[in-house]
Design a protein around this ligand. Structure first.
Ligand code: URA
Length: 203
């Protein structure tokens, strides 16, 4: 049976958070969700428009692609924990549409308290950072080289951190080939994370 316990960070706590200004325009804070003692934790950048409205991570288009990648990698979403480096949606209005805006370093740092709490409570063996923002947040560094971390996991605070493309990156690719290549890269990284979580060296 998949675990369904209290999440390490609650929505109420995030809705009261004033550590950065992103709460002002967002609908709600989006805490991490999933198995609270998962071996694998996936970290994205920030909630998108759908996540902001529904209050759960990875439920919009990027989440759907991620679900396909998880399935291709043989991973069960219910057994993972999914969260974001930043817990409120940052956007700008373009007509009637809310367009994603990348979070600033200060916003990532302000939100790190919540991510650290999730990492501490879930205590995963492997963290998959989806994109550079997530990798920076998980490692607490201002810059990271995503390519290197896709091939070789980094040991950090007793966990293995592996990086891959953010699913939105795959969705943004213009050609079918580029989209398929990015998707395959994500699947490979997820498979590597599964092996690492089982204690098998990847390479
Ligand atoms: N993109 C993210 O980084 N996280 C989500 O939850 C959704 C889209």
């Amino acid at each position: 049976m998949p675990e369904r316990k209290q999440p390490p960070v609650s929505r109420d706590e995030l809705n009261e958070c004033r550590r950065c200004p992103l709460w002002r325009n967002a609908t709600q804070g989006v805490p991490g969700a999933g198995a609270v003692h998962a071996r694998i934790m996936l970290v994205g950048e920030q909630p998108g428009s759908q996540e902001d409205l529904q209050g759960s991570p990875f439920v919009g288009p990027a989440g759907h692609l991620l679900d396909e990648a998880l399935q291709a990698a043989g991973l069960d979403r219910d057994k993972l924990f999914m969260t974001n480096a930043v817990k409120h949606f940052k956007f700008e209005w373009r007509g009637k549409r809310r367009l994603h805006k990348s979070p600033a370093q200060q916003e990532i740092e302000a939100c790190n308290l919540w991510l650290e709490r999730e990492l501490e409570k879930v205590h995963p063996t492997v963290v998959v950072a989806l994109g550079a923002t997530a990798a920076r947040a998980v490692l607490g560094r201002k810059s990271v080289t995503l390519a290197g971390m896709m091939e070789t996991p980094v040991e950090h605070q007793g966990r293995l951190v592996i990086a891959t493309y953010h699913p939105s990156f795959a969705l943004r690719q213009r050609s079918d080939e580029a989209r398929a290549a990015a998707f395959e890269r994500i699947v490979r990284s997820l498979r590597a994370a599964a092996r690492l979580a089982r204690g098998v060296k990847t390479g």
